[in-house]
Design a protein around this ligand. Sequence first.
Ligand SMILES: [Zn+2]
Ligand SMILES: [Zn+2]
Length: 298
Amino acid sequence: MQVAACGVCRTDLHVVDGELPNPKLPIVPGHEIVGRIDKVADGTDALSIGQRVGVPWLGQTCGQCRYCRNGSENLCDRPLFTGYTRDGGYATHMVADARYVFALPQDGDDIATAPLLCAGLIGWRSLQIAGDGQKIGLYGFGAAAHIIAQVACWQGREVFAFTRKGDDAAQAFARTLGARWSGSSEDAPPEPLDCAIIYAPVGSLVPLALRAVRKGGRVVCAGIHMTDIPSFPYDILWHEREIKSVANLTRQDGEEFFKIVPKARIRTETVSYPLTRANEALADLRNGRLRGAAVLVP
Ligand SMILES: [Zn+2]
Ligand SMILES: [Zn+2]
């Protein structure tokens, strides 16, 4: 397929930095891809030439392990991941397994759509795993949180956005997207939260989030990689508080999420870079210089 736009995700930084085990090397990163089909394999009926599609992180699963068989293909024992263990979308063209590709509306803004393929999808999965609590905290207000804040507000929840200390721009941005409160991740929220999702790869946020949730509250870690979680007093986990991680996505998550996108009227904030400036986009993400999501355009 021909790549029209590819989002830059924090996971790409972990791939480039060698922080994830057993990558395919050399590797073409990128797993938030919007493009158009320019060739289909013999016997592929589901997709047609010219069709607009999205390619996510989940590149392939085995279909046979216990996880694939019980509806948890996100945990497959023998998966392939786009831009990590098979080549991804930092490219003009790429090959995808048609069974794991999402059909997208034929018309649409390719750049604005790209971040939905991971920040949106993983964000959606983490939101579901957080449960249906009314007061939800989002730690790390980057690409995923700016999408999920909109979904949560559309669902009628109250969003509390936590950013790096002193990041006034991100805190103001969160409020423009409907957050009821925004502040530093070191601050306590004005009232106890029902649940919290941590999007930043920072283990020290786990005890902070545990302190912010009420009894029975849940803290969801949505990243693929996190710095070590510091030890903390049992007291802040006590009273049936929970910590849970979110891994990957299922195709079912995608089917659900792409139905919600138009209903929730999700608008993504993007900064586009030509493909030749991919390293600059990665550096800007690393240094927290982005508002919203970086997207490469070949
Ligand atoms: Zn499997
Ligand atoms: Zn990603």
